[in-house]
Unconditional design. Structure first.
Length: 228
């Protein structure tokens, strides 16, 4: 069975669109791998405690930006049985949130291929028709030559969370939870889009094991853990 040039082009276009759609779906389903380090001395009686926020000295976020990031953390803490303190009052727990974003150069290697041209000699078919020789791409495809060192730019987004217990008085305030979540890669769309995912990574298995660094995978569509 033969196909007309038009139908062949339509079929090729459909296959290309289908392949693109599959690649898009695969990209959407890719989880973000974050590296989370936690240290904690979480009180056994913390449930029901009140908390409030205080801004770390090194935070450079605007007021609205910082408030948005703190709201993500507030919701996570409330889901774990803590209560926001009344406006204007300090909580039994003071929470510090610091987010930062940037880029860095990362060493990488990339494969090098060489495409070769081969000469197909002239020939005459059984009907006596003559076909001249011509150059064509090697049927075996590009030949692998090795690796080449290169640099690539990766996004670096991080979130630092610290919780300090201020009561019972007169005991000195002490840190009961410290965590840092870091994402490095090419899937970042900017720090504001990444913070909900970093918050979810920190609170996965909260408060977690003391003194451990783990890789936590987050589904960027839902900002929920996607397994490890």
């Amino acid at each position: 069975m033969t196909h007309s040039p038009v139908s062949s082009r339509l079929r090729a276009g459909f296959l290309a669109a289908a392949a693109g759609a599959l690649l898009l779906l695969a990209g959407c389903a890719t989880a973000l791998s974050t590296r989370v380090t936690r240290f904690n001395a979480w009180p056994a009686d913390a449930a029901g405690s009140t908390f409030s926020f205080r801004r770390p000295d090194d935070v450079r976020s605007t007021d609205l930006e910082q408030s948005t990031y703190e709201q993500y953390v507030r919701e996570a803490l409330e889901r774990r049985g803590l209560r926001g303190a009344e406006p204007g009052k300090a909580g039994q727990l003071l929470v510090e949130v610091a987010a930062s974003g940037g880029q860095r150069q990362q060493a990488a290697s990339e494969p090098v291929y060489q495409s070769y041209q081969v000469f197909v000699p002239a020939r005459r078919d059984a009907a006596g028709r003559w076909f001249p020789g011509y150059w064509a791409t090697d049927l075996y495809g590009p030949q692998y030559l090795g690796e080449r060192a290169s640099l690539r730019t990766v996004d670096v987004n991080s979130l630092r969370l610290r919780i300090v217990q201020t009561r019972p008085a007169p005991a000195a305030p002490q840190s009961v939870f410290e965590a840092t979540a870091v994402y490095e890669g090419g899937m970042s769309r900017g720090l504001p889009d990444m913070v909900p995912n970093l918050v979810a990574a920190i609170f996965a298995d909260f408060p977690g094991q003391n003194g451990q660094t783990q890789v936590v995978r987050i589904d960027p569509r839902t900002s929920q853990p996607a397994g490890r």
